[in-house]
Design a protein around this ligand. Structure first.
Ligand code: RIB
Ligand code: CA
Length: 310
């Protein structure tokens, strides 16, 4: 499977990138960084750090949009720390950003790779994806699918009562992507809140003797404190790697095709994902919305693949 990961690292983004790098089924064509959890200068640096921790300084990392299409930028240092990757000792990456803008890389890749052979995995705000679709609308018909982390329906929001962070950070971009007609798989909070980094799960990763797993444990130890305090749960929801896990083992998940529309105007509910879960409209069912997961199976997969990282 050929994929591009669009990301705003973030400790859970790191888990998604490491899961992809530890899985031989996946050819990671490139990583495109976007402003999100922390500003772009940090997300692009964090993406390179994660690759280096994983022994993969060969991965192409591009910098993309440094803010939303419209409105003010929101970030999430309170969740991820000032660096966006708090937990392990960080370092200046020893390889450079790849030349060129992330959006141009996305367009170029989709226009040159075989039609419908590349999957996009956005796990941050959707700004880069929207810009690519606006720059070259033809790419909509050339993507195999988009598998994204974002939104919420019964779970509502995590950054406002109604909106999940990735959508809230750039609702206009999300509206472009959900209206694109590209086959979509959506991992909302409803499913990601079911994959919690409990102590036993972290201990299984701690038993892996490699640099990536050691760094991941330190990231998860830092990352879980916010959600334990906020939700009173045993661990934090490991949102982003659910996208990669779906590519590798879709039978871990359950969902249904639904219409999904994005609220972009209401001050109260801006960034909400209106999911027609009960089919009460005749609107186009534009996304496979995932609602359930075998959480133990998910962590088994993640742990096994982390062990593959040299
Ligand atoms: O709401 C969770 C999402 O926002 C995750 O992608 C996390 O990394 C942050 O970007
Ligand atoms: Ca993210």
């Amino acid at each position: 499977m050929k994929i591009i990961i669009d990301t705003d690292p973030g400790q859970d983004d790191a888990a998604a990138i490491m899961l992809a790098l530890g899985s031989p089924e996946i050819e990671l064509l490139g990583i495109t960084a976007v402003a999100g959890n922390v500003p772009l200068a940090l997300t692009e640096r964090n993406a390179r750090i994660i690759c280096e921790m994983s022994g993969r300084r060969d991965v192409k990392v591009f910098a993309g949009a440094d803010g939303p299409l419209h409105g003010r930028q929101v970030t999430a240092e309170h969740v991820h720390g000032r660096s966006g990757l708090d937990g392990p000792e960080l370092f200046e990456p020893s390889f450079s950003l790849h030349d060129g803008h992330a959006v141009d890389f996305i367009v170029r890749t989709l226009m040159t790779e075989a039609a419908e052979s590349v999957t996009l995995c956005p796990i941050g705000p959707l700004t880069n994806i929207a810009l690519a679709l606006q720059k070259q609308p033809e790419i909509a018909g050339r993507m195999q699918q988009i598998v994204l982390m974002g939104g919420g329906y019964f779970a509502q929001g995590n950054v406002t009562p109604s909106a999940e962070f990735n959508i809230y950070a750039d609702p206009e971009a999300a509206a472009v992507v959900f209206a694109s007609g590209v086959p979509m798989v959506m991992m909302p909070l409803d499913v990601t809140h079911k994959v919690l980094t409990t102590r036993p799960r972290i201990e299984r990763i701690r038993a892996i003797d490699n640099r990536a797993a050691r760094a991941m444990v330190e990231m998860l130890e830092f990352y879980r404190r916010y959600d334990v305090n906020k939700y009173g749960t045993d661990g934090g929801p490991l949102h982003d790697p659910t996208t990669i896990a779906w590519l590798l083992q879709p039978d871990l998940f359950q969902g249904r095709m639904c219409n999904v529309e994005i609220e972009t105007t209401s001050p109260l509910t801006r960034g909400a994902t209106a999911v027609d879960w009960w089919g009460v409209t005749d609107r186009d069912k534009n996304a496979m919305v995932i609602g359930d997961v075998d959480a133990d199976g998910f962590f088994d997969l993640l742990t096994r693949r982390l062990a593959n990282l040299g």
